[in-house]
Design a protein around this ligand. Structure first.
Ligand code: GDP
Ligand code: MG
Length: 445
């Protein structure tokens, strides 16, 4: 496929702006790639249409040809569509019990994922209770019990002769007495979407307060994922999605389809049968996987790195003249974001790879807190006037108040940002004195 793509690109003339013809030509291949990844055709059609409109007239980045530029835009849009950052399962505050209901077709991976999630929560110091609400197959109850035992987590079951809703109710009573703070309901699936299944899930929701309904989708579901997700969302209402079996060779287009039709975030991905094989979902990794154009994407990265290097050179110049200002500060945070934000950077460090799942772990909370802080910092700099950005010395209390208001943050956060800026400026100055300012390469925070 990639070879074919490259041929297409050769025929495209390199020039300043993307024309409609450039975009159309490249889009043909992208459409094929998305369909080959099992993205639903309706989703593909809408996506292509939107991106096409956005792409025409855009400048072609240095070092890329028009076709590659289109792929760059497509990749960005895919990431945006899938949610840009990682999303956590929302837990009830304080001592309240969070009730999570798993939903999905038979064989999607609900029971396995229930146990995997229990392990994650346990690591975070929670005390989960797993509840066997699949009363149709004795083996299902046994399976949950075995997995629960492996994870060292209690499993609540009442056998097969009770209604799932009543089991859930009894489980919640048990959880209250037992100091559990998370209850995960493992429900029954069917081979196909059907009324009984939906009704059963609705009944559970009417009987106990369910805080998070998580749809479990098999990555190999293919085209049908859209219908499954839409039905579950309409009839039962879902809050998030977990895509399983991404360890297979499927490109995982189902993830994109499900996100596009439900708008609900993808929380985790299942990467194997082992109970530790559940990973945080990273939109950018998923986007490259779905596009399946690794070669082109790394070329694009290289082109971006070169631009970064230009910026770094400019920055070095400024450092030499001791002119580091808030615009540079902003550029440096944006550069960090381009490298995939905190989670991306941490993921790239050896031994911390989220892909491998081994080694030192930075908690998901730490990562998302760092990302939030970065976003706040940007909001504050955007609330500054151009003069303020260029002349850091202008900063005074009344300006700080205005900036805080504009960015919707507390004045203490503006103070903190200014302090960080000054520290960085100081650091630059001392680096400059050491004569290392001219070193080439990426500029890092
Ligand atoms: P349920 O019917 O929705 O409860 O599905 P199960 O949890 O029983 O899973 C069905 C099958 O899929 C089992 O054999 C699991 O081991 C397997 N499975 C679940 N998640 C994954 C995954 O992420 N990767 C792989 N390779 N297999 C998985
Ligand atoms: Mg099951």
């Amino acid at each position: 496929l990639t070879e074919k793509l490259q041929n297409v690109f050769k025929n495209l003339r390199s020039k300043g702006r993307l024309t409609e013809a450039d975009v159309k030509e490249a889009m043909k291949e992208i459409k094929r790639a998305l369909l080959a990844a099992d993205v639903n055709f309706k989703v593909v059609k809408d996506f292509i249409k939107n991106v096409q409109e956005r792409a025409v007239g855009q400048d072609v980045m240095n070092g890329l040809n028009p076709g590659q530029m289109v792929i760059k835009i497509v990749n960005e849009e895919l990431v945006k569509l899938m949610g840009s950052t990682t999303t956590e399962i929302q837990l009830q505050p304080g001592k309240a019990i969070t009730v999570i209901m798993m939903a999905g077709l038979q064989g999607a991976g609900k029971t396995t994922t229930t146990a995997k999630l229990a392990g994650k929560f346990k690591l975070k110091g929670k005390k989960p209770l797993l509840v066997a609400c699949d009363v149709y197959r004795p083996a299902a109850i046994k399976q949950l019990q075995i997995n629960g035992e492996k994870q060292g987590v209690e499993v609540f079951s009442m056998g097969e002769n009770h209604k799932p809703a009543n089991i859930a109710k009894a489980a919640l009573e048990h959880a209250k007495k037992n100091d559990n703070n998370i209850v995960i309901l493992d429900t029954a699936g069917r081979l196909h979407v059907d009324e009984d299944m939906m009704q059963e899930l609705q009944e559970i929701k009417e009987t106990v307060e369910v805080h998070q309904t998580i749809l479990v989708i098999d990555a190999m579901t293919g085209q049908d994922a859209v219908n499954v997700a839409a039905e579950f969302d309409q009839k039962v209402g879902i809050d998030g999605v977990i895509v399983t079996k991404l360890d297979g060779d499927t490109r995982g287009g189902a993830a994109l389809s499900v996100k596009a039709v439900t708008g609900k975030p993808i929380l985790y991905v299942g990467m194997g049968e082992k109970l530790s094989d559940l990973e945080q979902f990273y939109p950018s990794r998923m986007a490259s996987r779905i596009l399946g154009m690794g070669d082109v994407l790394s070329l694009i990265e290289k082109a971006e790195a070169e631009i970064d290097e230009d910026q770094a050179k400019q920055l070095t110049q400024k450092m030499k003249k001791n002119q580091f200002d808030y615009n540079d500060f902003l550029a440096s945070t944006q550069q960090m974001k381009k490298m995939g934000g905190m989670s991306g950077i941490l993921g790239m460090l050896p031994g911390m790879g989220a892909l491998g799942g081994k080694g030192l772990k930075i908690s998901d909370e730490q990562t998302s807190e760092a990302e939030k802080q970065m976003a706040r910092m940007e909001a504050m700099i955007y609330s500054m006037t151009p003069e303020e950005r260029e002349n850091p010395d202008l900063m005074n209390p009344s300006r700080k108040h205005r900036i805080a208001k504009g960015a919707g943050v507390d004045i203490s956060q503006v103070n903190r940002m200014v302090k960080q800026f000054n520290e960085m400026k100081k650091m630059m100055k001392s680096m400059n004195k050491m004569g290392r300012g001219g070193k080439k390469g990426k500029f890092r925070l």
